[in-house]
Design a protein around this ligand. Structure first.
Ligand code: CLF
Ligand code: SF4
Length: 280
């Protein structure tokens, strides 16, 4: 049985209502490729940038299991194994393979996947069968005209259809779904309530609004200010609870949100940070 939302609220730092610094997550950068080409996405392999879409290296599913072994030894508070890039978790088979291995050895660790949702209807059954506990789907618009300004590698109406159908399928099986939305001023800022309404109706239980870090083909769009982010969160909150302590993690982040970080020990990444863009 997947964890209930109440259990996740206690044990999963990204589903908690307030900041949860006593539970940690280890990200497993097993997914090298993507299938939708978001215009703000600049995937990189390096040890410096502190943002989603970046990892110091890609690891194999077998290496991911070894990584979890080392992570729980270093940081016993690790409660979640997350798959969040640097590409999309369902564009290549490695994320599902890694979770199958982790489920065998660490059945009590929460298996959390992030995806853009394009392949969600196709893989939802497999994900439910292997025992996934929580899912994040990044939904940046539910209007194809708006989404066309954000992605260029997929038909917007197909992506929206698959995201909503996938969220409905996974939610119906009792798996908690969180939606991440990158807030782009002048593009989807006024559209946030509509996104919240549609994803909540599909079954999503949490929303996370992430300020854009302008880069790549959308480097001309400014980052939203604190007030804009707060307004967007309040608007979304009419429809579902909103998570407010996102750290815009790297794809190989490890440790406690806002607390001790073990990425350097596990992956050899540098402590120096360079804030650039957000994937979620
Ligand atoms: Fe990782 Fe994402 Fe799972 Fe959390 S992160 S896969 S849901 S375990 Fe969390 Fe990091 Fe924000 Fe992601 S703070 S970027 S929302
Ligand atoms: Fe793919 Fe995520 Fe980058 Fe979009 S932001 S192109 S879904 S890796």
């Amino acid at each position: 049985m997947p964890m209930t939302i109440e259990e996740l609220t206690q044990n999963h730092p990204c589903f908690a209502q307030g900041a949860k610094i006593n539970k940690g997550r280890v990200h497993l950068p097993v997914s090298p490729g993507c299938n939708i080409a978001c215009k703000f996405c600049d995937r990189q392999l390096n040890g410096v940038d502190q943002r989603p879409g970046v990892a110091s290296t890609i690891i194999t599913p077998a290496e991911a299991v070894e990584l979890v072994r080392r992570a729980v030894r270093l940081c016993p508070e690790i409660a979640v194994a997350g798959e969040a890039g640097p590409g999309d978790s369902l564009a290549t088979p490695y994320a599902l393979q890694a979770f199958r291995l982790i489920q065998q050895e660490f059945p009590h660790i929460i298996k959390c996947m992030s995806t853009n949702g394009l392949q969600l209807p196709a893989f939802a059954g497999e994900m439910i069968a292997l025992g996934i506990d929580s899912l994040t789907v990044t939904v940046n618009a539910v209007d194809p005209v708006i989404l066309a300004q954000i992605v260029e590698g997929v038909a917007p109406d197909l992506l929206i259809h698959n995201q909503l159908a996938g969220i409905a399928k996974i939610s119906a099986a009792g798996v908690a779904v969180k939606v991440n939305t990158v807030l782009l001023p002048g593009v989807n800022a006024q559209h946030i309530p509509k996104i919240a309404q549609r994803v909540a109706a599909a079954g999503a239980q949490r929303m996370n609004i992430i300020p854009l870090i302008p880069q790549h083909k959308l480097s001309h769009i400014r980052a939203p200010g604190c007030r804009e982010v707060a307004c967007a969160r309040e608007a979304a909150e009419q429809y579902l609870p909103v998570f407010r302590h996102c750290q815009r993690c790297r794809a190989d982040a490890a440790g406690l949100l806002g607390g001790q970080d073990f990425a350097q020990e596990l992956y050899g990444t540098h402590a120096a940070v360079q804030n650039t863009f957000s994937h979620g």
